[in-house]
Design a protein. Structure first.
Length: 210
């Protein structure tokens, strides 16, 4: 690997290592709102998607709007949670609310349906491929947040909050909520993480030509 290649690759490796699920978050985000918006714009523009469908959508929530989301989650979960477990659930939701913001990730299903109609041979695969693309958007933003010194964790309170979210933020009905990336300043970093041996997860056949 050349020095120029190393200068490009090493920061990417480092940011991948830095990306962790950080749950102890605060509102002291080491990024301005405009910087967050710029990161999201970069992610949406440059993350690949099936047939260049660009079906991922992001709704960013800051301040009172971010807090409103987690109050909505709290009230949705309240009647669904056993009384003996409510204390733990309530504390968990309060932790998300204490963060600085949330990026809600959606898929525009109208785009997916159009692809299914245009390319019927692959119609059964487009929903899966759209999930792959959305996940790459989620991961990339998470990675960039980590590189910028912010903490984040990925949540999935869909589908139980979907309809209320659409009402509250006037989200098109064709948008399907896939995940919520909570972000903020880091009050307490993630702990140690155990890794399976790479040799148990990687299989190699053949050799690269010299």
């Amino acid at each position: 690997m050349t020095q120029e290649q190393s200068s490009l690759v090493l920061p990417l490796l480092k940011s991948a290592q830095m990306r962790r699920s950080v749950y102890a978050l605060n509102k002291n985000l080491p990024l301005s709102q405009q910087e967050v918006e710029d990161l999201v714009g970069h992610v949406l523009k440059h993350t690949p998607s099936s047939n260049n469908s660009q079906s991922a959508r992001v709704v960013l929530l800051f301040g009172e709007e971010h807090e409103a989301l987690w109050e909505l989650v709290r009230e949705t979960l309240r009647p669904l949670t056993a009384k003996e477990r409510w204390g733990t659930t309530d504390k968990k939701v309060s932790g998300f609310k204490a963060a600085a913001g949330t990026a809600m990730f959606f898929e525009d299903m109208a785009v997916i349906r159009a692809l299914q109609k245009k390319l019927p041979l692959y119609k059964d695969h487009f929903p899966d491929w759209s999930e792959h693309g959305n996940a790459m958007n989620q991961y990339r933003l998470w990675q960039l947040m980590a590189a910028a010194g912010a903490g984040a964790n990925l949540q999935h309170y869909n589908p139980i909050i979907d309809e209320e979210v659409k009402k509250r933020w006037n989200i098109p009905q064709d948008y399907r909520l896939r995940a919520q990336l909570v972000f903020g300043g880091i009050s307490q970093p993630a702990g140690d993480k155990e890794f399976l041996p790479v040799a148990d997860r990687l299989t190699i056949h053949g050799t690269l030509a010299e």
